[in-house]
Design a protein. Structure first.
Length: 226
């Protein structure tokens, strides 16, 4: 009798497992027919290590070159994190169009409403779409940061970072090493934003290390024993 019960339980578990597998196959085929893209994902451990370091912007740039302009960022969260690096797609997601609804902001931003006593701000509004004044209100709230007067105050910071950028370009020209313009502009933008907004000189811009001179033929370098 015990053997019969165990076999019955085994058959039930097997039936449930096969049903779940069949349902997963059917859903995956339906998603393909609907035109949903199977986004490529980053590696979890590598993502955690890089996104918690100063290389976070460069890591996203590298992943966009590997996986394309839209990819999934592996995190310790149930909700998927989709990264969009194409400016046209990003604007479509934020603003929407006549045929596509704008994407809603994550609930993480709405949790900051207690800071402003429940008053929505540019960071807590759910959409950037026209309607309810969201997009135009957001532009108005951000406008003072980009006024002529405030930008003029940051010109010395910009000049300093431009000098660092030109120094890196000169070092690359003298050494003949290959240059990655995308990484260079990410480093420059990160340095300028941190210095202008927070007063932190992060110094992400770095010149390439100087190449060691090649010793003449027949001579042993001084750092190597005979």
């Amino acid at each position: 009798r015990a053997s019969c019960c165990s076999w019955a339980m085994f058959l039930k578990v097997s039936f449930v497992a096969l049903s779940v597998a069949a349902m997963a196959i059917v859903l995956s085929r339906l998603n393909k027919k609907r035109g949903k893209l199977a986004l490529k994902s980053t590696k979890l451990l590598e993502t955690i290590r890089e996104m918690t370091s100063s290389r976070a912007p460069i890591f996203l740039l590298e992943q966009s070159r590997i996986h394309g302009p839209v990819f999934k960022l592996s995190t310790l969260s149930w909700n998927p994190v989709i990264v969009v690096t194409d400016p046209h797609v990003a604007r479509l997601v934020l603003e929407g169009s006549k045929h596509i609804r704008a994407g809603e902001k994550t609930e993480l931003y709405t949790k900051f409403l207690f800071v402003t006593a429940g008053v929505p701000t540019v960071f807590t509004k759910m959409t950037y779409t026209e309607g309810h004044g969201d997009w135009y209100s957001a532009r108005k709230e951000m406008a003072p940061s980009f006024s002529i007067r405030n930008l003029a105050k940051k010109m010395p910071v910009l000049q300093s970072k431009l000098e660092d950028l030109f120094q890196v370009l000169r070092e690359h020209a003298q050494s003949g090493r290959p240059l990655d313009p995308a990484k260079l502009m990410v480093d420059f933008t990160l340095d300028f934003i941190l210095a202008a907004m927070l007063g932190i000189d992060f110094r992400t811009l770095q010149a390439p290390p100087a190449a060691k001179p090649t010793p003449p033929a027949g001579r042993v370098p001084p750092d190597k024993p005979l």
